[in-house]
Design a protein around this ligand. Structure first.
Ligand code: NOJ
Ligand code: CA
Length: 538
């Protein structure tokens, strides 16, 4: 039966318990979604006001990036209090009201949980700083003595993902570990107290009715015993992006076998609440190791970032899709597909500049939404937004920028809703990052109801995905296709993507029901994608 939006009772009924297997999840970067009070910062009340937009877009769930109390050194991935809403985003009542409205609209709510590190402003870390070396307060983090004369050298050679050493020295001479920013000290997950605290945090939000968690740096919690040297300049950030470079190598601070015990205990908690799920943000050196994060006794999903890293070619996409499906099948979990998120250059910009990038971005969206499994959309991709490349340095906020020169601000610019000038209806009082002067044509209002707009393309694709039961779950069959063309069938529906250099005649695949570019007779243009159905006989 085709699923009608809003027909399930969220959070409860048996029929909806597996909703996460073929869902389309929309990532809300709360700070940049909608500002309700004119302070230039998106907030929960702003999100609540705009929920009908997301219902009409046709997504099944929203994932909110962290809105917890935080000094916002790393966009809220530096949490001071895991059970409180930062006043910048509202309060717990706003969260409850937003969640109730989302559920009433048939939208599930997934929230971020950040277990690898706290903020340095967290009460635990402040207590650790105030306490002596060897104290129980320090035991909650990874404090160590340094090496070399007077312990003036870091305890080992680990490097921060954001550049520089992964260790910072405190006045009494000890060092603490931070795989990310110095203001994000890593927790000691060997300590039962840390485990118990996070289990309690999960229950706190599950009891408030959240439908799931996105687990930040899920591969980071456990470090190799003795914190051994990596032995070479790991340039971890780069290795993360090009994880295949490290095929077979397990870094001593990532993807240690011990992490899985944590997620098995989380799964027991999740299973005690019907219909809840968790998705891991995890990086591993091989697809096999990545698949270990999911399964009936671990997490429900893991992000498949290889899809995001695929280049614009048949071979690259086919390889990534085949590998992901094979791995997911092994563990009985749905595959996930991601083109963009708040850490990556927007896919429209990755695929090319100007119109080429936009065309490819739209085609990639049709490809993704026809694949089996779960699709994660990042706010603004439904508007065809490109990466903002010209944010002045002094306005950039990403902590990595100062250390590496690389910044993730360009994909975090507030959403353009309406109007001719920045910040385009985001709020009444400016925006924390400036929106480009060129976005008037990219706003929701400018695209709403406009045939062929990127917004209407996403809406149509999501409508069809709901109506066509073969999409989402089910099998994928590759079809023989022209050079440069990717074609696969999902039940009745065929998806054709033209990654080649010539228009391709798609008549033999069926009758188009949706296309990312207007077809010229039966010709699908270069950088276009189409969904087709068999032509009825007679
Ligand atoms: C992954 C998050 O997506 C990213 O934004 C953050 O900086 C790191 N984890 C550290 O929490
Ligand atoms: Ca605000």
């Amino acid at each position: 039966m085709p699923r009608e939006q809003g027909q399930f009772a969220v959070n409860a009924d048996e029929a909806g318990a597996d909703w996460w297997r073929d869902a389309v999840v929309y990532q809300v970067y709360v700070r940049s979604f909608a500002d309700s009070n004119g302070d230039g910062i998106g907030d929960l009340a702003g999100l609540r006001d705009r929920l009908p937009y997301l219902r009409d877009l046709g997504v099944d769930a929203i994932w909110l990036t962290p809105f917890y109390r935080s000094p916002m050194i790393d966009g809220g991935y530096d949490v001071t209090d895991y059970r409180t809403v930062d006043p910048m985003f509202g309060d717990l009542d706003d969260f409850d009201a937003m969640t109730a409205d989302a559920h009433a609209l048939g939208l599930r709510v997934i929230i971020d949980v950040v277990p690898n590190h706290t903020s340095s402003a967290h009460a635990w870390f402040q207590a650790a700083l105030a306490a002596a070396p060897g104290s129980p307060e320090r035991e909650r983090y990874l404090f160590r003595d340094g090496r070399g004369p007077d312990g003036a050298e870091p305890p080992n050679d680990w490097e921060s993902i954001f550049g520089g050493d992964a260790w910072t020295r405190v006045p009494d001479g000890q060092w603490y570990l931070h795989i990310f920013d110095p203001e994000q000290p890593d927790l000691n997950w060997e300590l039962p107290e840390v485990r118990a605290e996070f289990e309690d945090i999960l229950r706190f939000w599950l009891d408030r009715g959240v439908d799931g968690f996105r687990v930040d740096v899920a591969h980071g919690n456990i470090k190799a015993p003795g914190l051994p040297d990596v032995g070479y300049s790991s340039r971890t950030g780069r290795n993360q992006r090009q994880s295949r470079l490290l095929e077979g190598t397990v870094l001593p601070y990532f993807d240690q076998d011990g992490v899985h015990e944590i997620y098995r205990s989380w799964r027991r908690i999740l299973d005690s609440y019907p219909g809840r799920m968790a998705v891991a943000e995890a990086w591993a050196s091989t697809p096999e190791r990545l698949a270990r994060y999911v399964g009936p006794d671990e997490l429900h999903q893991v992000f498949n970032f290889d899809f995001l890293h695929a280049t614009w070619s048949v071979d690259s996409f086919r390889k990534v899709i085949d590998t992901a499906l094979a791995e997911a099948n092994l563990v009985g979990a749905p595959t996930t597909w991601v083109l963009s998120n708040h850490d990556k250059r927007r896919h429209v910009t990755r695929y090319g500049s100007g119109e080429v990038g936009l065309r490819r971005g739209r085609a990639a969206a049709l490809m993704m939404l026809a694949l089996p499994g779960v699709a994660y959309l990042y706010q603004g991709e439904e508007l065809g937004l490109e990466e903002v490349l010209d944010i002045p340095d002094e306005l950039r906020q990403d902590p990595a920028f100062r250390r590496t020169g690389e910044s993730r601000d360009g994909c975090r610019v507030p959403l353009p809703w309406a109007g001719q000038t920045a910040p385009y209806g985001f709020g009444t009082g400016g925006s924390w990052l400036p929106a480009p002067a060129t976005w008037a044509g990219r706003t929701v209002a400018a695209q709403d109801g406009v045939a062929g707009s990127t917004l209407e393309l996403y809406r149509a694709a999501l409508r069809l995905r709901r109506a066509e039961t073969a999409l989402g779950g089910g099998e994928l069959t590759w079809l023989q296709a022209e050079p440069g063309v990717l074609a696969f069938r999902r039940g009745e529906l065929t998806c054709v993507v033209n990654l080649g250099s010539e228009p391709v005649d798609v008549r033999r695949y069926g009758a188009p029901i949706l296309a990312s570019e207007p077809l010229d007779e039966d010709l699908l243009p270069v950088d276009g994608a189409a969904w087709l159905k068999p032509v009825p006989l007679g």
